[in-house]
Design a protein around this ligand. Structure first.
Ligand code: ADP
Ligand code: MG
Length: 468
């Protein structure tokens, strides 16, 4: 069956609509029209350059799949903007935007105008709700460790004296390490000290959505005015702006306006400003002008601290062994660690069983597996050789001098403990030795660990280093 472009597109859209949130559908897809169809290409027009960027990035592959399903063969999907340029759709920036006539930001005096708060469209009397802040994410509940010390201190400083020393504050780090938590905490602190401050937390996605809605409804000036009233703007996950040039442009202006007018801006991303690919150079450099603070991967101590603080707060008695086990094994990020703890507690409560190591293994097997760090035999050999100061080739050699044979046995033992390899496989990696040699090595090291404390400590140290 052959389709016209609009027929094909309308089928694709109705199928896409079932798979994405209605609000997103309306914002991003509803206004698109197909304007051309050839053997190999479907051309779709969207109302603005924002739409084009966003739809390509977020929905491009989904739409491509649906097209292929409907048509029975793949097609190139080309999006283009129906207006001549995005700029043509945006009213010119009002350069001489009047500054609010109230007290300067953060002076703590004078009521601020109501209703311009944050992003909530409705008037909300609770400033925290208006600002979009989650009560759980406070400084009280944030456990500070070596990995996040700088970031936490910077956030506190900004919360206490916004727009003074670190503006913008740029936080970056991997998923689930507390960036969002810290941003909310700054918001809470600012509001505590100055309840009339205008605080807004937005995700980058939300910023884009609001912007596009404003463009569609012709309310861009109001959108911009609303932004300029904000004293503390927290923008989360700006790496999502990558490749979205038009949105970057708008964001850049907003950002400059605020910083230039002595309002505090806090940004988070998964990379440092200089590593943010797909970002315009001037934006990248501007983002790094204030303080850049990174959050590193968690340490065992921090994870244990988090488990302890959380257990205490929910008032559940958790055996020390279980806390240590969780902190030791769930290393990916804090979000997953919290999830694991919740699951264990929920299980114990529902089934009425005590929390123990067995229940942990049982309830968490999938998480535990995913968190198993895959140490390779090669890594083990390298680390062990370095540690005992022998050559890595001696791991494979036939030399039997104790100074060499013992480290080799340690490496075999660790290979057995830390990898899922079988004895014959391990033997092969150690110069083609027999599996009985590996078995012997494992037994020997176990014995030595029992009888020689310092040897045991040595092996444990190696093990910890390898486990990361
Ligand atoms: P990110 O934004 O970096 O992806 P989040 O801030 O969403 O991470 O953190 C994920 C979860 O872990 C949240 O529930 C947060 O409260 C918690 N969390 C992260 N780091 C800490 C910490 N240092 N102390 C207490 N909770 C933390
Ligand atoms: Mg986050």
């Amino acid at each position: 069956m052959e389709f016209t472009a609009p027929e094909l597109w309308s089928q694709v859209l109705s199928s896409a609509r079932t798979g994405i949130p209605e609000q997103s559908y309306r914002t991003w897809l509803a206004g698109s029209t197909a304007v051309g169809l050839s053997d190999h290409e479907l051309i779709v027009e969207a109302p603005s350059a924002f739409h084009v960027e966003w739809v390509e990035d977020k929905y491009g592959s989904l739409l491509g799949e649906i097209v292929e399903k409907v048509l029975g063969r793949p097609l190139d999907l080309t999006f283009r903007c129906s207006a001549p340029s995005a700029a043509a759709q945006l009213p010119a920036l009002e350069v001489a935007e009047p500054m609010p006539t109230t007290a300067p930001p953060f002076s703590g005096s004078g009521p601020r105008s109501q209703g311009a708060t944050g992003f909530a469209a409705e008037r909300v009397s609770d400033p925290k709700r208006a600002a979009n802040l989650n009560d759980r994410y406070s400084f009280d509940r944030f456990v500070v460790g070596a990995n996040n010390q700088l970031a936490a201190a910077a956030c506190k400083a900004v919360g206490e004296r916004p727009a003074k020393n670190y503006n913008p504050l740029f936080l970056y780090g991997g998923v689930g390490l507390g960036k969002t938590h810290l941003m909310h905490a700054i918001g809470h602190l600012v509001l505590e000290r100055n309840p009339s401050a205008q605080v807004a937390y937005v995700t980058t996605e939300r910023f884009m959505n609001e912007l596009v809605n404003a463009i569609q409804q012709g309310t861009t000036p109001a959108f911009r005015r609303r932004f300029r009233m904000i004293d503390l703007l927290l923008v989360d996950d700006v790496h999502f702006l990558a490749q979205k040039e038009s949105t970057q442009e708008e964001f850049f202006h907003t950002f400059n306006d605020l910083v230039d007018n002595n309002r505090q801006v806090v940004i988070s991303a998964d990379k440092s400003p200089s590593d943010l690919e797909g970002m315009e150079e001037r934006l990248r450099s501007r983002l790094g002008w204030g303080l850049v603070a990174d959050i590193h991967a968690t340490s065992y101590e921090l994870r244990l601290g988090i488990v302890e603080s959380k257990a205490e707060r929910i008032g559940v008695d958790i055996p020390g062994k279980v806390k240590e086990f969780l902190a030791h094994r769930i290393t990916s990020n804090v979000r997953e660690l919290e999830g694991a703890l919740n699951r264990v507690v929920a299980h114990a409560t529902l089934v009425g069983r005590e929390i123990s190591l067995e229940t942990c293994h049982e309830v968490l097997h999938d998480i535990l597996r995913a968190n198993d760090r895959r140490v390779t035999i090669e890594e083990i050999q390298k680390k062990v050789a370095e540690h005992f100061n022998i050559r890595i080739t001696d791991m494979h050699s036939a030399r039997r001098a104790r100074a060499i044979a013992r480290p080799r046995q340690v490496a075999m033992y660790l290979a057995k403990q830390l990898t899922a390899r079988s004895l014959p496989e391990i033997g092969r990696k150690f110069g083609g030795r027999d599996h009985t040699t590996v078995m012997h090595a494992v037994k020997k090291i176990e014995e030595l660990r029992q009888s020689d404390v310092s040897f045991c400590e040595d092996v444990d140290l190696l093990r910890r280093m390898l486990e990361g």
